[in-house]
Design a binder for this molecule. Sequence first.
Ligand code: IPM
Ligand code: MG
Length: 356
Amino acid sequence: MNKKITVLPGDGIGPEIVAEAIKVLNKISEKYGHSFEYTYVDIGGCSIDKYGVPITDEGMEICKRSDSVLLGAVGGPKWDNCPPAIRPEKALLAVRKELGLFANLRPTKLFAQLSNASPLKQEIVGNGIDLLIVRELTGGVYFGERKTEEVDGELVATDIMPYSESEIERIGRVAIETAMKRNKKLSSVDKANVLDTSRLWRKTMHRLSEEYPQVEYSDILVDNTAMQLIKNPTQFDVLVTENMFGDILSDEASMLTGSIGMMPSASLSSGTLGMYEPIHGSAPDIAGMNIANPLGTILSAAMMLRYSFDMAKEADDIEAAVNKVLDNGFRTGDIMQEGCKKVSCSEMGDLVSQSI
Ligand code: IPM
Ligand code: MG
């Protein structure tokens, strides 16, 4: 198969980790006879430096015309004081919106080889954590109207969080159909004791869940979810929630596994176009040192093969290679354990691609 991939390395460690994922994709294309054509586009701070905007119109068009997008990370202290309209993060939100990437899948899986890395006690982690957060990605307070104005002699800021029934229904359907392919358990996370958007969310989810009696459905308040993720994380299978709750809970959940460096994500549209990225940030403090963990990005590339290209076997192959490298005791610094062999970012990429 022939696929056009737009590559957005971004800032900080972005270019280093993306290079390792490309190495692995090249190995897959060689082994299975696919042809992946890469087009590199600047995004985030590096684009601000070159063009004065976090992504150019042309760059956005290239993303839209491709079969999928692979992203490293954006941002860094250098651009923290940019005006809101041209901040590096703005480009990320614009790509999500313009490509219609409303469904963000964030799997949280504790690799058995890394179970000591989890900050939770062994009895809480049990036989392993394997949950999936489905985060709504193009609505809510991230995209509602916002303003700062002077009222009675002081500044007042407002951010509006709108949700329509159709927006809730389409993310709900993705979540429930994903749950059908997993352990058939769905927890819908909201704040229906306070927010109108959450009450509409809950009502819509109830209507939807009636169509899928095979799925064990429950509502859970977001504050309780934050607690349950630490107290009893193995109770969850799929969690579905709105944009900002999902942002916060997915960072919390990632730490259950010990390292945010392991976690991939997929942002999906109603078609096959998707964007794939590790959930960690640009880690400017270790940029250029070749010590970052590329596994989150490599596993994101596996999700790309699975969800955008329908290449399940190839995706399984990458995931098995990652497991094998961990089994053989190779670790980047963030997941280093006694008795293991410490490797650099590029060595880790080499090891995974050699195991395919
Ligand atoms: C994420 C990030 C982004 C978000 C930032 C960089 C805008 O935290 O993907 O989780 O809040 O969505
Ligand atoms: Mg986040």
